[in-house]
Design a protein around this ligand. Structure first.
Ligand SMILES: Nc1ncnc2c1ncn2[C@@H]1O[C@H](COP(=O)(O)OP(=O)(O)OP(=O)(O)O)[C@@H](O)[C@H]1O
Length: 456
């Protein structure tokens, strides 16, 4: 930390060229802002972060050409960040800014691959020279950030405390090969979290394959997962490579893993334990190296107690658990996601809606969002489609205004059938979520669906 008095605007002229992005990591807000403005005046695009967690978030989903980081930060030091970048093979040059007496740390940073270091207070001319030198070493067309690839386009990251803790867990577990069980209500972003883990792992250049276990029939699941040989069953008209072999050295994401039949669970456990799969109809095992991420929105411990899920498989999948909180519990993130969904909807629908009025945003923040981010995305898309002005106002979302902020859908005795049907419609048939909203257990929901003849 230091006073930025020596950074003077007048010394430099704006240099219009292909703008390169500098990520500034500085917890002294005044100095950080001054530095950011200085960068702008000197022809650089500058993003400002005040701690390591948010810097990691920026580095993992934006193109950054240079990092200019303070050594001492609220959630750790610049050395930690360098370790993390090195583990992920990120080659973005880093210049560390050290204060008087931090020379030892600055040396450690250089050993870890920092491009240079600058002692505070900094001389702007030297700062500019070092930035230019560091940028010269990295051609503009070089791959921007190694951590996240294009297949996570449109992915944004929340800034709430809950979200930060989740990213912190993701970043810790990502570089390992541990299996991760991702839990959370439907639409909270479990698949996106799985992609984030893959993209931040050393496997990121290898395949990420998502399998919806809910849609795999008992008969076809083994062939889908492990492959089959031609003629091994009636419809096997040619050899098929299973997901595990296709994803070799990469990651397989098993969504709704609780829906796998008991028989397939046994085969899956074997594949995980032995790192080998045997295609249906074959007598030979194939060696595979696959990391497994699994997701569920039902309570698997309950499923184990009811004998529907194997406990040994559960422990194998749950080497690390990650809980994704519903969006209503991290209201601070709603604006970020709503703006991103607005951007996506504008692009998709060829519209140019600029944003939300502050009371419209307040309404979005109050809504219960039982369908989580998926519901928010669909709502924003609908709002953009119907928007007649540049800004979405409260008048564009009258439906929410009349709703209670904490929608209580608990089952009432008088019109049970209608309520259950409504809630199942709301959850798009997700019975676990429907049972939670109705405040009954799944078994009771099944019994009542049976009693009222409700079919999905
Ligand atoms: N980090 C993110 N950035 C941008 N959009 C996101 C993000 N996470 C989720 N979404 C949006 O929310 C939608 C639902 O996310 P996702 O499919 O990952 O949820 P899920 O929890 O796996 O749902 P389900 O339990 O129904 O499978 C996505 O299609 C995407 O539009």
């Amino acid at each position: 930390m230091c006073s930025g008095a020596q950074i003077s605007a007048k010394l430099f002229i704006f240099a219009p060229c292909m703008k390169q992005t500098i990520l500034l990591i500085e917890d002294d807000a005044t100095f950080g802002t001054m530095l950011q403005k200085w960068c702008g005046r000197n022809g650089f695009e500058a993003e400002l972060c005040s701690d390591i967690a948010s810097a990691q978030a920026e580095l993992t989903h934006k193109k950054v050409d240079l990092v200019l980081s303070d050594l001492r930060l609220p959630d750790g030091d610049g050395i930690m960040l360098l370790h993390w970048m090195r583990d992920l093979n990120m080659d973005t040059p880093v210049i560390v800014m050290s204060s008087y007496g931090e020379i030892q740390s600055a040396v450690a940073a250089m050993k870890l691959g920092a491009e240079d270091f600058l002692e505070k207070p900094m001389n702007p001319a030297i700062l500019k020279e070092k930035i230019e030198q560091a940028l010269l070493k990295k051609p503009v067309e070089a791959k921007p950030v190694k951590a996240v690839k294009a297949n996570v386009d449109g992915m944004v990251m929340g800034k709430s405390a809950v979200a930060r803790q989740m990213y912190d867990h993701i970043l810790k577990v990502a570089p390992t090969r541990m299996s991760v069980l991702i839990m959370g209500e439907s639409g909270t972003g479990k698949e996106y979290a799985a992609r984030m883990i893959h993209e931040n792992s050393p496997r990121r250049s290898k395949p990420f394959i998502a399998v919806d276990c809910g849609s795999l029939s008992r008969e076809l699941a083994p062939s889908e997962l492990f492959g089959h040989l031609k003629g091994s069953f009636t419809s096997a008209i040619e050899d098929k490579t299973g997901v595990f072999v296709q994803a070799d050295q990469g990651t397989v994401f098993l969504d709704e893993v609780g829906n796998l039949s008991y028989e397939v669970q046994v085969q899956l456990l074997r594949a995980l334990q032995e790192q080998k799969v045997r295609p249906v109809g074959s007598v030979k095992d194939i060696k595979v190296d696959v990391r497994i991420l699994a997701a569920t929105n039902e309570n698997l411990e309950e499923a184990i107690a009811e004998g529907r899920f194997r406990e040994d498989l559960y422990h194998r999948l749950n080497e690390f658990s990650l809980f994704i909180a519903p969006i209503r519990d991290r209201k601070g993130d709603i604006e970020i996601f709503a703006n991103e969904f607005l951007r996506q909807a504008n692009e998709e629908l060829d519209k140019s809606v600029q944003g939300f009025s502050s009371d419209a945003m307040a309404l979005l923040e109050k809504h219960h969002w039982s369908g989580n981010l998926r519901e928010l995305r669909n709502t924003v898309r609908r709002l953009v489609l119907f928007a007649s002005n540049d800004i979405i106002t409260v008048d564009d979302i009258p439906a929410f205004a009349s709703q209670s902020t904490n929608e209580d859908l608990a089952l009432q005795p008088d019109n049970e059938r209608e309520q259950i049907e409504n809630v199942l419609r709301k959850t798009r048939g997700n019975k676990t979520l429907a049972a939670q909203l109705l405040k009954i257990d799944r078994k009771t929901l099944y019994n009542k669906m049976h009693l009222y003849g409700i079919k999905l």
